[in-house]
Write a protein that binds this ligand. Structure first.
Ligand code: NAD
Length: 440
């Protein structure tokens, strides 16, 4: 099939590349000229494991192209996947103006050259209930030919986006007609051979499914973080409690790891958007609201203890912290709403020097903090001469460091483990002071 992916960010680039991998002709359309220029030259613009190989192969084989030209993208396809940003507005609700602007642009051009076959707009962006109808209105205001709008929320996780797209847990297709459903289903069938369900529903339910999924996951994270705080105050150990509860099949093992909270472009914005949607219909999303509040506090939960330690060693002004990890989670270069950003701000405000290392995200952080912090080439360089080591993002390469070497490099062997990946007992035996989240 001929597919146009509108928006070539994390979702659009991964979706477009994966559809081209199954033999479809894909054009990625974006208004960001610099991004498209790089993509056209065969450079992947985001870091996602496994993406570069697929991307380069499909570019080479001519199935994957990019353009900023709506006319070129339009003549190419009858299926338009909308992978556009839906950022939060001041009241927390999702702003769908990018989605509406893109479909209006496409519809205007369709009006100039009407089609006899049905055009499908497929919304992969995370959008509030009612957006499907608004997209239909925006298109029909310009275009009288046959078209339909399908709601097909995306569930990929950054850091495992390609794997998630190629082997999803499920695909949700919210369509008003059987034929629209069948057309989109056909595109996903190659990815669902292992039996993952392709779930057919109405567009409204599809739109809400995405928010319900993300808000539930965010709530799990905040729940375990709240229990971790109670552990800390009562002398219990969250790792014991976690193991004790996650063996219950009704509770499950996933997403119950205490840490510095969630970040990224999805959970924070989607929790706020669901709270706003509930408010618009006269309801209060109390659980999600609480999850968001717990998360806001969680990002800097270790900072007071860190500042106390830095004060004890002669600071905090002028002391130095080695920060391991900047991305909002491992295996991505995405720093949107990353805990590292608010932690850095607090440390800088206290006059602390920060030297950070992240395998992929340093360039993005540099765009925000410039030379206000230092960027190390490796974890050991970051630790050299530091008064404390703060693990913020649990990249695999931080899991088994050379502790004796680190102890020698650090000025003070104080470890703040924001993701509970180390064993407190082992580290204390090695002469470190250890502070984790809700740990003894
Ligand atoms: P992104 O910001 O990485 O990419 C969006 C792209 O759209 C950008 O490249 C931007 O230049 C382009 N764009 C903006 N206006 C345009 C226009 N009028 N025409 C063409 N291109 C335009 O965003 P993303 O992370 O890919 O997210 C897209 C949507 O998918 C959001 O609604 C998000 O909530 C949802 N989502 C994201 C993820 C994720 O992990 N990133 C996962 C699931 C769902």
């Amino acid at each position: 099939m001929q597919i146009t992916v509108v928006g070539t960010g994390y979702v659009g680039l991964v979706a477009g590349t994966c559809f081209s991998e199954t033999g479809h002709d894909v054009v990625g359309l974006d208004i960001d000229k610099e991004k498209v220029a790089r993509l056209e030259q065969g450079q992947v613009t985001i870091y996602e494991p496994g993406l570069e190989d697929l991307f380069k192969r499909n570019i080479r084989e001519g199935r994957l192209k990019f353009t900023t030209d709506y006319a070129a993208a339009l003549s190419h396809a009858r299926i338009f996947f909308l992978c556009l940003p839906t950022p939060p507005q001041e009241d927390g609700s999702a702003d769908i103006k990018y989605v509406l602007a893109a479909v209006t642009e496409i519809a205007k051009r369709l009006a100039a050259a009407p089609r006899s076959e049905e055009v499908l707009f497929v919304c992969k962006s995370t959008v509030p209930v009612g957006t499907n109808a608004k997209v239909r209105e925006a298109v029909s205001a310009q275009y009288r030919g046959p078209f339909d709008v399908v709601s097909n929320p995306e569930f990929l996780k950054e850091g495992a986006a390609v794997q998630d797209f190629l082997a999803p847990d499920r695909v949700v297709i919210g369509a008003r007609t059987q034929s629209a459903f069948e057309t989109i289903k056909e595109l996903y069938e190659p990815f669902c051979r292992t039996g993952a369900p392709i779930i057919q529903m109405d567009p409204t339910s599809a739109e809400l499914t995405k928010y319900a999924a993300n808000c539930f996951l965010a709530t799990k994270i905040s729940f375990i973080n709240e229990v971790a705080r109670i552990c800390e105050a009562t002398g219990a150990d969250i790792e014991m409690v976690r193991r004790g509860i996650t063996t219950d099949a009704r509770i499950g093992k996933a997403f119950l790891f205490p840490g510095l909270g969630y970040g990224g472009s999805c959970f924070p914005k989607d929790t706020r958007a669901l709270i706003a949607s509930a408010k618009q219909v006269g309801l209060k999303a109390s659980i999600v609201d609480a999850a968001e509040r717990v998360n806001d506090e969680q990002k800097t939960i270790l900072v007071p203890g860190l500042l106390k330690h830095l004060t004890a060693v002669g600071g905090p002004k002028g002391t130095r912290v080695a920060m391991w990890g900047l991305a909002f989670k491992p295996r991505t270069d995405d720093i949107r709403e990353a805990p590292a950003l608010v932690i850095i701000e607090k440390l800088l405000a206290a006059g602390v020097k920060v030297c950070a290392f992240d395998p992929e995200a340093a360039a993005n952080v540099r765009k925000i903090f410039g030379d206000k912090i230092e960027y190390a080439k490796n974890p050991y360089e970051a630790a050299t001469g530091a008064d404390a080591l703060f693990l913020v993002t649990e990249w695999n390469e931080f899991r088994s460091p050379d502790w004796p070497k680190l102890k020698k490099l650090l000025k003070h062997p104080a470890l703040f483990d924001g993701r509970n990946i180390y064993d407190p007992e082992d580290l204390r035996k090695l002469g470190f002071t250890y502070t984790g989240i809700g740990r003894k």
